[in-house]
Design a protein. Structure first.
Ligand SMILES: [Mn+2]
Length: 309
């Protein structure tokens, strides 16, 4: 049986709202991971999120955040991403699977870069990106300058040099191996990139038209063709705000877990992702309990698929 290591990302400096830096600590405090382990899942924390939260880069760094887009602000994100990259790399190298929890979605740069490095799969990582947003901006196209909107561009080699550098060389992913599910808030510059690279981008409208099952089959094709390893990155804001209210950038008319979780689980069963990410959990916003239940439901749905080789 493969072990599952939970790796925290204790940073919200890549986002617009404070609070998601406490997401991993909130999950730790709930006892959820210990409960799953007591029930027999081979799961454990790899690092205690509170250790990072109590470090100079944790709570204190978030007390007086410099403005978005400044080198001082970016340095905080880079430190956390580089650390996450190392943790994911080490976990995957030891033969376990990684479950990353955070934090703002800039974390995906670190987690997917670590996966690519461990598997020597630069340019051959398939990425299922479940999100309301495309997160494929660069500093030139981004209206907000928030790095949590830029990880997929950076992983593809585009954008801020310091951010791109963490992704490694050659770029960890090729845009053709991304599949988006749940899109409904895409910036004009991102749409240009999606069209330019022919990215498999499935919006809520596509889902209404074709059905979620068809969309998952198409997504599977994109992420499993010419790839050596798979990552699922699940932004909680992909889900409807009624099921995931405490996220930094909620968008109406999202996915519903009753329809989505069984398909996610089936896909995980088929593809056995080495990395599963749950991101943008912000327990300081209204609706924490509802959102926590979604985190719990996601883990319960996906663990059985991940813990078998
Ligand atoms: Mn996102």
């Amino acid at each position: 049986m493969q072990g599952l290591k939970v790796i925290p990302y204790v940073c919200s400096a890549g986002g617009k709202k404070l609070g998601s830096e406490t997401g991993a600590s909130d999950i730790k405090k709930s006892g959820l991971i210990d409960k799953l382990a007591a029930e027999g899942a081979p799961i454990a924390w790899y690092v205690d999120p509170n250790e990072i939260y109590d470090s100079p880069w944790g709570r204190r760094a978030h007390e007086n955040l410099p403005p978005r887009g400044t080198p001082e602000r970016n340095d905080i994100v880079f430190w956390h991403c580089a650390q996450l990259k190392n943790h994911v790399r080490d976990v995957i190298r030891s033969g376990d699977r990684a479950i990353t929890v955070g934090g703002d979605h800039a974390m995906a740069l670190g987690s997917i870069a670590g996966l690519a490095e461990a598997k020597k799969a630069q340019g051959r990582v398939g990425v299922l990106w479940v999100d309301a947003h495309a997160d494929f901006n660069t500093p030139e196209t981004s209206p907000s300058q928030a790095l949590h909107g830029m990880p997929l561009a950076a992983l593809s080699g585009l954008g801020d040099k310091g951010f791109v550098a963490i992704g490694g060389e050659p770029p960890a992913i090729r845009p053709q191996n991304i599949a988006y599910i749940g899109l409904r808030d895409v910036d004009p510059g991102e749409l240009d990139f999606i069209q330019h690279y022919g990215i498999a981008a499935f919006t809520m409208k596509d889902i209404e038209r074709e059905g979620l099952e068809t969309i998952f089959a198409k997504a599977k094709q994109a992420i499993s063709t010419n790839t050596d390893t798979i990552a699922f990155s699940i932004d909680l804001d992909a889900f409807d705000p009624s099921e995931a209210p405490s996220v930094g950038t909620p968008v109406e008319n999202g996915l519903h877990k009753a329809q989505t979780l069984p398909l996610l689980r089936a896909l995980a069963d088929e593809l056995k992702p080495d990395l599963m990410e749950i991101t943008e959990y912000n327990p300081t916003l209204e609706g924490r309990d509802t959102t926590f239940t979604l985190v719990e439901d996601l883990l319960n749905a996906l663990l059985p698929a991940l813990e078998t080789a």
